[in-house]
Design a protein around this ligand. Structure first.
Ligand SMILES: Cc1cc2nc3c(=O)[nH]c(=O)nc-3n(C[C@H](O)[C@H](O)[C@H](O)COP(=O)(O)OP(=O)(O)OC[C@H]3O[C@@H](n4cnc5c(N)ncnc54)[C@H](O)[C@@H]3O)c2cc1C
Length: 153
């Protein structure tokens, strides 16, 4: 791969990448076995919010090990000039890790859903049905480390 790669540690630039990313890859691990899934997300104040059902493998894994990592990227493109040996990749990306918590407080769940809705371009105020909020699982990732990187711009 050619060209300069630029590490981004400026919080505002990192948040800008996250604000444009459609999905996040959530990496979990249990007893040395990694598990990764794509998910919709929202970001606010150094926290990532996810919504999902209350059952499934990711819930079980987080219950056993709440330490998670994540990745998101935007504007990614591969540029092959002659063959795969002569290529470049343009991208902006963010990786980080933190602690995943299940949000139990009703108002905080609504806050998480609001952040998610706004991430996908919806404008509030929102009215979420109480029974749906209660049924949904909201996961909050408290970010500990997060860096950005860009290449090809
Ligand atoms: C672009 C995108 C966005 C998504 N957004 C959300 C979201 O916001 N909320 C949400 O709950 N889910 C979302 N999903 C689905 C998500 O990736 C998981 O499939 C889902 O959350 C179930 O995860 P689980 O750990 O409970 O899996 P389980 O239902 O317990 O899965 C059992 C097995 O299925 C396989 N599996 C699970 N997920 C996937 C997958 N995505 N691809 C291939 N194999 C899989 C694994 O081998 C796993 O062991 C999204 C998927 C995509 C592709």
């Amino acid at each position: 791969m050619m060209g300069n790669k630029e590490l981004i540690q400026n919080q505002q630039q990192i948040e800008e990448i996250l604000s444009k990313a459609k999905f996040i890859r959530l990496a979990l691990s249990e007893s040395d076995t990694p598990y990764i899934i794509p998910m919709a997300f929202g970001y606010k104040d150094n926290k990532i919010y996810l919504h999902c059902s209350r059952e499934g493998k990711k819930i079980d894994v987080i219950n056993r090990n709440p330490r998670v990592a994540f990745e998101a990227d935007v504007e990614a493109e591969i540029i092959i000039t002659e063959n795969i040996c002569k290529y470049d990749v343009r991208y902006r990306s963010v990786v980080g890790n933190g602690q995943a918590l299940f949000v139990e407080d009703y108002n905080e769940k609504v806050e998480g859903l609001t952040v998610l809705s706004e991430h996908y371009g919806k404008k509030g105020p929102f009215e979420f049905e109480e029974w749906k909020v209660n049924r949904l699982c909201i996961i909050k990732i408290e970010i500990e480390i997060m860096t950005g990187k860009q290449h090809g711009f």
